[in-house]
Write a protein that binds this ligand. Structure first.
Ligand SMILES: Cc1ncc(COP(=O)(O)O)c(C=O)c1O
Length: 425
C-alpha cells in the first residue's frame, strides 16, 4: 500500500509498520510513562483530519484535548507563527512587546474590565489564581478555596489539591492545604462549606474531565450573589470550556444568555489556556480590575509567559474566529450533534445514558466504560477522548464542517449499533 498523503512520506506498509514500531519503542524506552497512549502514530493533520504515518485517515474530534480550535495546520495560524518566528520569538517580561499588550487588550475586550497575566498552561493559570486568592486573604488569615467534586484544575501540587477527584492525588501527599470540595451545581453546599478561612470559590462552567457536567444558570447567579455577600472571590476555570468552545468566548456568557441578570455576571478571575493559542502553548489569567493590584511587581512571574510568538498565535486564533464566524459555527454544530446523539440515545437506551454539553464540547454518557468504546471509534476512523469513566467526549475544532460532523456522527452511530448496546468490554 502506498502512503496516500503528501508529507507522511513512507512507501509501503512494511516500512510503515517498521517505522511505527520504532517510534513506539522510542517512547517506551525513553519517554516517562505518564500517559496510557491510545494508538495511532500521527504524522500529519489538515483541518479536522489527521493521518497516521501509514496514511490512514482519522477525523480528529479530540482536538489535542480541546486545544486545536482551528483544527490542524490552519493557514492563518501557520503564517502568523512563521512570520513572528522570523522577527522575535521570545523576549523577557522585563521588556515590553507589542503582541502581549494587544492580546491582553483583546482578552479584556472579550471579557470585561481587568488585566491579564500570561503563562504557558492551564495549571499555571490556575496557580496564578490561587496566589491571587491567597494574596487577598493574607491580610485577614483567609486562604481556603472551595472547589467542586469531579472538577479538574491541573497537575501541579496545588492543582491536584484543588481538583475534586481523589485519584489525581494518590501517592503525592501531603496534599497542599487550603482546598475543600463540595458537590457541583449545589449552592447550599457552598453556603454550608464556606467558613471564616474561606477566601474564594473555584468552578468550571462545564466540567471537562469530570464527565461534561454543565453549570446551571441559577447556580452561577446564586454563586455570584453568595460571593458578593460573603466577600469571597469567584474564581473561574475556563481552561477547557472557554475560548469560544461553547459558542461564546467564555462559557458563562453562553450559559447565561437570555437569563435576567446574566449579562452582568462576571467572575473575579478567569483561567484560560488550551484553545487560546490553537495548539501553540499559552495560558492566561484575566483578573477583574478591582483585584488587579493584588499581584504587583515581583509577586508572580513566568519566563516564557506571553512571548511574542505565543501571543501572535493567539491573536491569529482570535482574528480567525471573528472573521470566519466560528462562534456561530461551534454553536450550530453543537446543536446538530446534540440532536442527532439524543435520537441515538433514544434508540439505544441500554448503551447511552445521557447526552450533554454545548457547542464543540459534547459528552455522551454510556452505561459501559468509555475507554474501549473510544478505541473502537478510533478503529473506525474517529478520534475522541474519554471524560471520566463513562463519558465519550467530542471536542471538534470550532471550524468543523457539516460534512465532517455528519461523518463523525455516522461513525458513532455505526459503532454503537454494532456493539449491540453494550457488547464492547
Ligand atoms: C478545566 C481544566 N483546568 C486546568 C487544566 C490543566 O491544563 P494544562 O494541562 O494546560 O496544565 C485542564 C486540562 O485538562 C482542564 O481541563
Amino acid at each position: 500500500m502506498s502512503a496516500r498523503v503528501e508529507g507522511v512520506g513512507l512507501v509501503n506498509e512494511f516500512e510503515t509498520e517498521a517505522k511505527a514500531r520504532e517510534i513506539i519503542e522510542l517512547h517506551e524506552r525513553y519517554v516517562l510513562g505518564t500517559y496510557r497512549r491510545l494508538g495511532p502514530v500521527l504524522g500529519k493533520g489538515q483541518g479536522t483530519e489527521v493521518w497516521d504515518i501509514g496514511g490512514r485517515r482519522y477525523l480528529d474530534f479530540g482536538g489535542g484535548i480541546a486545544v486545536n480550535s482551528l483544527g490542524h495546520a490552519h493557514p492563518a495560524l501557520v503564517s502568523a507563527i512563521r512570520e513572528q518566528a522570523a522577527h522575535l520569538i521570545h523576549v523577557s517580561n522585563l521588556y515590553y512587546c507589542e503582541q502581549q499588550g494587544v492580546l491582553a487588550k483583546r482578552i479584556v475586550d472579550l471579557t470585561g474590565a481587568g488585566r491579564v497575566f500570561f503563562c504557558n498552561s492551564g495549571a499555571e493559570a490556575n496557580e496564578a489564581q490561587f496566589k491571587l486568592a491567597r494574596r487577598l486573604g493574607a491580610a485577614t488569615g483567609r486562604f481556603e478555596i472551595i472547589t467542586c467534586q469531579n472538577s479538574f484544575h491541573g497537575r501541579t501540587l496545588a492543582g491536584i489539591a484543588a481538583t475534586g477527584q481523589e485519584r489525581f492525588r494518590e501517592g503525592f501527599g501531603p496534599v497542599t492545604p487550603g482546598f475543600r470540595h463540595v458537590p457541583f451545581n449545589d449552592l447550599t453546599a457552598i453556603e454550608r462549606a464556606a467558613g471564616p478561612e474561606t477566601v474564594g470559590v473555584l468552578i468550571e462552567g462545564i466540567q471537562g474531565e469530570g464527565g461534561i457536567h454543565v453549570a446551571s444558570a441559577e447556580y452561577l447567579l446564586g454563586l455570584r450573589r453568595l460571593c458578593d455577600e460573603r466577600g469571597l472571590l469567584l474564581l473561574w476555570d475556563g481552561v477547557q470550556c472557554g475560548m469560544f468552545r461553547t459558542g461564546r468566548f467564555q462559557s458563562f456568557q453562553r450559559l447565561l444568555e437570555g437569563v435576567p441578570g446574566g449579562e452582568a455576571f462576571l467572575p473575579d478571575a478567569i483561567a484560560m489556556a488550551k484553545g487560546l493559542g490553537g495548539g501553540y502553548p499559552i495560558g492566561a489569567l484575566w483578573v477583574a480590575e478591582r483585584h488587579a493590584a493584588l499581584l504587583g511587581p515581583g509577586s508572580h512571574g513566568c519566563t516564557f509567559g506571553g512571548s511574542p510568538l505565543a501571543c501572535a498565535a493567539a491573536l491569529a486564533v482570535l482574528d480567525t474566529v471573528a472573521r470566519d464566524g466560528l462562534m456561530e459555527n461551534a454553536r450550530r454544530q453543537g446543536e446538530r450533534a446534540l440532536s442527532s446523539l439524543r435520537r441515538l440515545a433514544a434508540e439505544l437506551p441500554a448503551m447511552v445514558a445521557d447526552v450533554r454539553g454545548l457547542g464543540c464540547m459534547v459528552g455522551i454518557e454510556l452505561r459501559v466504560e468509555a475507554a474501549p468504546v473510544v478505541s473502537a471509534l478510533a478503529a473506525a476512523g474517529l478520534l475522541v477522548v474519554p471524560s471520566g469513566k463513562h463519558v465519550v467526549r467530542m471536542l471538534a475544532p470550532l471550524n468543523v464542517s457539516d460534512a465532517e460532523m455528519d461523518e463523525a456522527l455516522s461513525i458513532i452511530a455505526g459503532v454503537f449499533r454494532a456493539t449491540g448496546g453494550g457488547a464492547i468490554a
